[in-house]
Design a protein around this ligand. Structure first.
Ligand SMILES: Nc1nc2c(ncn2[C@@H]2O[C@H](COP(=O)(O)OP(=O)(O)O)[C@@H](O)[C@H]2O)c(=O)[nH]1
Ligand SMILES: Nc1ncnc2c1ncn2[C@@H]1O[C@H](COP(=O)(O)OP(=O)(O)O)[C@@H](O)[C@H]1O
Length: 290
C-alpha cells in the first residue's frame, strides 16, 4: 500500500508479509505490521561496498558522492578506533567509547557490527535512516563480515566487492596513504588475505571490481549502478507498490489505517506519532484492535 504525503514528498509503504515482518512476528510472538519510508525498486537499493583496507573504497565513494551529491548519502558508521588526522567526528565516523558502543549494540541500535583490525565497527539503524530520510541512496563502506550480516538482514542492498590488482599494489597503497603505523599496516595486510578469499564466496557479492586504474574502475562502478552525469538532476520515481495478500483489506481515516483481516478482525494502525524508520523498521506506531 502506498500513501503519498505532499508536504515532504515522501512515500510510505505498509509492509504486510515481508521477511522482516515474518521474523518479527516469530520473535515477538504477536501480530506485527511495519510501515517503511522510501521508494521500492533496484535504483534505490542501498549500496554495500567492501574490500580490503587500502584498496580504494573510500576514494571511489568520495568520487561518487562528489559527482552525484543529490543522489548518494554516506552511512556514517560508529567505530572504537581513534580518529585519523583529517577525520571529523560525525562525518567520517562517529568515534565512540567501546563500553558505550557495546551498550548501544545490546540495546538494538545497530543494523550490523563487527570487530575489524582489533576495533569495533557498526552501522546504526539511525545512520541508514538519516540518508533515507534525505531521499538519497545510502552507501555503506563495511567489511565482509558486515556485508554478510546485511545480506542476512531485511535491508535489500546491492553488494560490491573491490579487489586490488595485486597484493603488492595493495601494500604500496596502504603505505603511501600514510595513516597507519607499521604494526597497523601489518595487521591490515594479514586481514586482507582473508578478506580477499571471503570476497569471492559465492552468493555474497553481486559485483566484483578490480581497482587497477582508478578512473576505469570508477566508470565500471557507475556502469554497475546504471548512472550517468545527467541523472543527478532526475529524481527517481517509484514504479512498484506492494500487493496485499488477498485476505487483507485496508481503509484510511485521517492518521488511522483500518486493517481488516478475514471477517471477524479489525485493527487500527495509528500513525499520528509515526517517525521515519530505516528500511524495514518503524518508530512511533501504535496498533490496537477495534
Ligand atoms: N562491519 C562494519 N565494518 C565497517 C564499518 N565501518 C567501516 N568498516 C570497515 O572497517 C574496515 C576498517 O576501516 P577503517 O578503519 O576506516 O580503515 P581503512 O579500511 O584502512 O580505510 C574497513 O574494511 C571498513 O569497510 C561498519 O559500520 N561495519
Ligand atoms: N586505483 C588506484 N591507483 C592508485 N592509488 C589508488 C587507487 N585507488 C585508491 N588509491 C589510493 O590508495 C590509498 C587507499 O585508498 P582508500 O580509498 O583510502 O582505501 P580504503 O578506503 O579501501 O581503505 C589512497 O591513498 C588512495 O589515494
Amino acid at each position: 500500500m502506498k500513501h503519498n504525503s505532499k508536504s515532504n514528498e515522501s512515500i510510505w509503504f505498509l509492509e504486510v508479509d515481508t521477511q522482516f515482518v515474518r521474523d518479527q512476528k516469530k520473535k515477538l510472538e504477536k501480530e506485527v505490521v511495519c510501515w517503511s519510508k522510501g521508494v521500492i525498486g533496484n535504483a534505490d537499493r542501498p549500496l554495500v561496498i567492501s574490500g580490503p583496507s587500502g584498496v580504494g573504497k573510500g576514494t571511489l565513494i568520495n568520487m561518487l558522492m562528489k559527482e552525484f551529491p543529490s543522489m548518494f548519502g554516506f552511512s556514517v558508521s560508529h567505530t572504537t578506533r581513534a580518529p585519523r588526522e583529517k577525520e571529523q567526528n560525525g562525518v567520517h565516523y562517529h568515534f565512540s567509547e567501546r563500553n558505550v558502543m557495546e551498550e548501544d549494540i545490546r540495546s538494538g541500535k545497530f543494523l550490523e557490527y563487527a570487530a575489524v583490525h582489533g576495533n569495533l565497527y557498526g552501522t546504526s539503524i539511525e545512520a541508514v535512516d538519516v540518508v533515507a530520510d534525505a531521499g538519497k541512496r545510502c552507501i555503506l563502506d563495511i567489511d565482509v563480515q558486515g556485508a554478510r550480516s546485511v545480506r542476512a538482514s531485511s535491508l535489500e542492498a546491492t553488494f560490491i566487492f573491490v579487489c586490488p590488482p595485486s597484493f603488492e599494489e595493495l601494500e604500496k597503497r596502504l603505505r603511501a596513504r600514510g595513516t597507519e603505523t607499521e604494526e597497523q599496516i601489518q595487521k591490515r595486510l594479514r586481514n586482507a588475505k582473508a578478506e580477499l578469499e571471503q570476497g569471492s564466496s559465492p552468493g555474497l557479492f553481486d559485483h566484483i571490481l578490480v581497482n587497477n586504474d582508478l578512473e576505469a574502475c570508477y566508470e565500471q562502478l557507475k556502469n554497475i549502478l546504471g548512472i550517468s552525469k545527467s541523472m543527478n538532476t532526475v529524481p527517481i520515481t517509484p514504479n512498484k507498490v506492494f500487493d496485499l495478500p488477498v485476505d487483507f483489506s485496508l481503509s484510511k481515516i485521517n492518521e488511522k489505517i483500518l486493517i481488516n483481516h478475514g471477517v471477524a478482525e479489525q485493527k487500527v494502525l495509528d500513525l499520528s506519532s509515526m517517525k521515519g524508520g530505516a528500511p524495514g523498521r518503524t518508530r512511533g506506531l501504535d496498533m490496537y484492535v477495534l
